[in-house]
Design a protein around this ligand. Structure first.
Ligand SMILES: NC(=O)c1ccc[n+]([C@@H]2O[C@H](COP(=O)([O-])OP(=O)(O)OC[C@H]3O[C@@H](n4cnc5c(N)ncnc54)[C@H](OP(=O)(O)O)[C@@H]3O)[C@@H](O)[C@H]2O)c1
Length: 343
């Protein structure tokens, strides 16, 4: 029998991607679709690319009760709007993967610093497992609540953690330079995301401290056992999806860094370390749940590491399905592709 799934925030970019992925999943079935301003409409009228059984479903109100047979709840809501429905779902005995930032921090104080909001359910933070799948598998398998990582942190932490664990990086601040397609900002209309504002342009934003900087530092320390400071500058680029992150790193024994990354990910289907000197591109991962990592050694003490993900897949909905698979005891790759769409 299929596992029934509710998607709250199903009309956004990550919600729509969850519907698409679950369509190809052998055991998951979307039976509840929640929305906010679009509640009451049919899915097919809001997401023209979705047809069939899910296209026919009517979008429930954000606070609608979930049926008893729903086992898994995927919350793809803005931060601040997820905490309440997550709590309700947990109280009703459901497993939850939350794609928002509401449960990504262990401390309510850090959440407040990063998001300017008081956390409504701080006691739940200690029950949430930060779902960077490759580094938290055992805990994810036991979890009822997984906080799915942010897209920028995913593209930063995957290349960084093995180097931190191997004690190869020095303590100076790490420059994290990221570029994201505009779907990273969601579907809600914003002037800065209009075609004329974004097309044929490139802009930095989020300075002096983008909220994902806290997430990168917290989880780099937790997984990499070294306290770091990031100088993180995100940029918006005129493409729909895709994310490229460049890390400017200093440390020691750079001749070993490529091998360190290779060893860390040699058995990981969703992380590919390219041959030394070869750098990834967003096209190489678009439509796939993979993170590609390339490294270029500059000297004995300096290197540039570049990672690419599809922000809507490994950066959001793909990793959420990967985590749901782990939580449900299913094969981790079910419903997910490692191959990019091309061209
Ligand atoms: N986009 C990415 O690449 C990405 C990557 C990683 C993580 N995330 C995180 O994933 C979450 C969803 O992102 P998204 O890009 O899919 O956002 P989005 O496109 O803006 O969609 C937001 C969804 O939430 C619903 N919604 C909006 N305000 C709400 C409220 N106050 N209460 C309940 N529902 C509300 C919307 O419903 P209506 O359409 O009916 O108004 C829509 O379904 C966010 O927390 C985001 O930070 C996004």
């Amino acid at each position: 029998m299929n596992i029934h799934v509710a998607i709250l925030g199903s009309t956004g970019y990550t919600g729509a991607e969850l519907i698409r992925l679950i369509e190809n999943h052998p055991y998951l079935e979307v039976t509840h679709v929640g929305a906010h301003s679009q509640a009451g409409k049919k899915v097919r009228d809001v997401l023209p690319g979705i047809t069939g059984h899910v296209g026919d479903l009517t979008l429930a109100k954000a606070d609608a009760a979930l049926a008893d047979d729903v086992q898994l709840v995927l919350t793809a809501l803005p931060h601040g709007a997820a905490a309440e429905p997550v709590k309700k779902a947990l109280d009703a005995g459901k497993k939850v993967v939350d794609l928002s930032a509401d449960f990504r921090h262990q401390s309510p104080d850090i959440y407040q610093q990063a998001y300017g909001l008081e956390h409504p359910h701080p006691h739940l933070l200690k029950h949430a497992v930060y779902g960077l799948s490759e580094w938290a598998r055992t805990d994810i398998a036991q979890a009822n609540l997984v906080a799915n990582p942010g897209c920028y942190p995913t593209s930063t932490l995957l290349p960084l953690i093995p180097l931190l664990k191997a004690k190869l990086l020095d303590d100076s601040s790490i420059i994290v330079d990221s570029k994201s397609g505009t779907s990273g900002a969601g579907r809600t209309a914003k002037t800065g995301l209009l075609y004329c504002e974004v097309n044929e342009g490139l802009s930095a934003y989020g300075l002096p401290r983008h909220r994902h900087a806290w997430e990168m530092e917290e989880w780099a320390e937790n997984f990499g056992h070294q306290s770091i400071k990031v100088r993180f500058v995100p940029h918006l680029i005129p493409m729909s999806r895709g994310m490229l992150t460049t890390l400017h790193l200093t440390g020691k024994h750079t001749e070993t860094w490529h091998q360190t990354l290779l060893q860390a990910y040699q058995n990981e289907p969703f992380v590919r370390v390219l041959p030394e000197g070869k750098l990834p591109s967003t096209k190489g991962v678009s439509g796939s749940n993979r993170c590609d990592i390339g490294i270029c050694r500059l000297s004995d003490t300096e290197a540039v590491v570049v990672s690419c993900i599809d922000n809507l897949l490994k950066g959001a909905s793909g990793q959420a399905i990967q985590n749901a698979n782990i939580m449900l005891g299913l094969d981790e790759g079910m419903g997910l592709s490692i191959h990019a769409q091309w061209p």
